[in-house]
Each structure stands twice: as structure tokens, then as C-alpha cells.
Design a protein around this ligand. Sequence first.
Ligand SMILES: Nc1ncnc2c1ncn2[C@@H]1O[C@H](COP(=O)(O)OP(=O)(O)OP(=O)(O)O)[C@@H](O)[C@H]1O
Ligand SMILES: [Mg+2]
Length: 242
Amino acid sequence: MKHVLELDGVHANIGQFQILQGVSFRVPEHQVTVLMGRNGAGKTTTLRTIMGYVRPRAGHIRMNGAAIGDLSTHQIARRGIAYLPEENHVFHRLTVAENLQMADRRARDGHHPERVERMMDLFGDLRRAWCRPAGSLSGGQKQMLAMASALISEQPVLLIDEPSKGLSPGYVHRLVEILQGLKGSRTVLLVEQNVWLAGQVADTFVMLDDGRTVLSGNMQELLQREDWQQQFLGVHATRGER
Ligand SMILES: Nc1ncnc2c1ncn2[C@@H]1O[C@H](COP(=O)(O)OP(=O)(O)OP(=O)(O)O)[C@@H](O)[C@H]1O
Ligand SMILES: [Mg+2]
């Protein structure tokens, strides 16, 4: 199996604080890998380090076998990684359609207006709101717009930070469908604390605790190991949907 991303003993500081202290995992091509761990475990910092916003102090980050740890964020994005941060970033004064058109124009493979249509097909809510300023959308709709803007460029690798945060159950189900739809064509590294959602979409999991990788393996195994969930996520029950 081909691994698109590989982290090997990554350490990273923010200011004088040692945040990542040994993060190692691999992300298989065309699968969804979920990065889990309690609040403050270092999930967001791991994504930011892959993207070059935080420089690794030690260890290696490779994409398709080539070291990317010394590249700038811009260079890393050009290698084919799209990053969807925790705070869903959309342009509030622009309409939904303008947000998508702008994301399309900024894509590294140039302008393809038909992709705007495709995204509105995928996210029906966005079509209904196409002429509204993004600032007037609900939190869930903004999240969908941010997701559509990230997907439009057709980057092969997506890093997505807690997309389900604050979403109503209906939107969580929509999100599950969209993530499932990416399998087979895109490689996804997803930060997610919702074990049920992770179980619906992820093939493999990586568990961080206190800036270190403590476990990784098959997602189905994590679903069965309530002791691991309790120890590293602090959750007791995983049966049923939230
Ligand atoms: N700019 C910063 N300055 C100082 N410490 C920071 C900074 N950013 C993050 N940290 C610390 O780094 C640790 C990891 O933070 P990070 O945001 O990566 O965690 P996380 O796993 O994404 O948590 P959450 O689930 O709450 O989003 C935390 O202890 C946090 O307080
Ligand atoms: Mg985070």
C-alpha cells in the first residue's frame, strides 16, 4: 500500500513550549485516516506542522517519499495538500457563489467554472443560498461552504480539522456522506473527536496523547476497545449516535 504522508519522530515547539514530542504515523493513499486525542493532545499542531505553519524541530515529514519538513506552506500546498482549519474560513462579504469562484480561481490547476456547479450539486444547501453573503449563513452552512471551497481545487490530499464541531445531527450525517464519497479518490487526514463519526468514515486511526503518538491501527479495532477510548478520549459509551 502506498503511503502519501509519513511522519517520523516529529518534535515541534510553539515559542518555548514543547508541543509535539514524538509524532509518528503514516497516511495510506485514498483512505481516510483519523487523528484523535483529547483536547490539547496536539492534533491541530500536527496538521499545522505538516502544512509548514509550525517548523519541526526534529524528525521527518515526507510526502510521496520526499521530505517536505523544510518547505514553506505555499510550497507544501503546491505539492497537492489542501488544509481546512478548525475555524471554518469563508469570506463573509462575498456571496456563496463568489466564495466558490474565488476558491476555484486560486486552485493550482487554474480556472474551471464547472467545478462551482459540481460543488453546488454536492452541497444542495449552498445552491439554495448561492446569492447570499457568506456572513449570513448558519454555522453549519459556513462549515459546508468552507469544505466545498477546500474540495473544489481537487487537491489529492486533504487535512481537515474537526469539521463536525458545532454541527447539528443532520449536517453531521451530510458530512459523513461527503467524507465517504472522498474515499477512493482523495487521501484524507481528519481530526475528529466524535468516535461515532470517525467509525463511519475512517479506515485507520492515530491516537495522540500529550504530543505523542500512543496508538495507531485499524479503526474497527478502536471501536471495540472501550478501554482505549476511555483512557485516551475520556469517553465511556460509543454505542448509538450522539
Ligand atoms: N500558540 C500557542 N502558544 C502556546 N501554546 C499553544 C499554542 N497553540 C497550541 N498550544 C498548546 O499546544 C497544545 C496542543 O494544542 P493543539 O491545538 O494542537 O491541540 P488539539 O489536540 O488540536 O486540541 P483541541 O482538541 O482542543 O483542538 C496545547 O497544550 C495548547 O495549549
Ligand atoms: Mg485542535
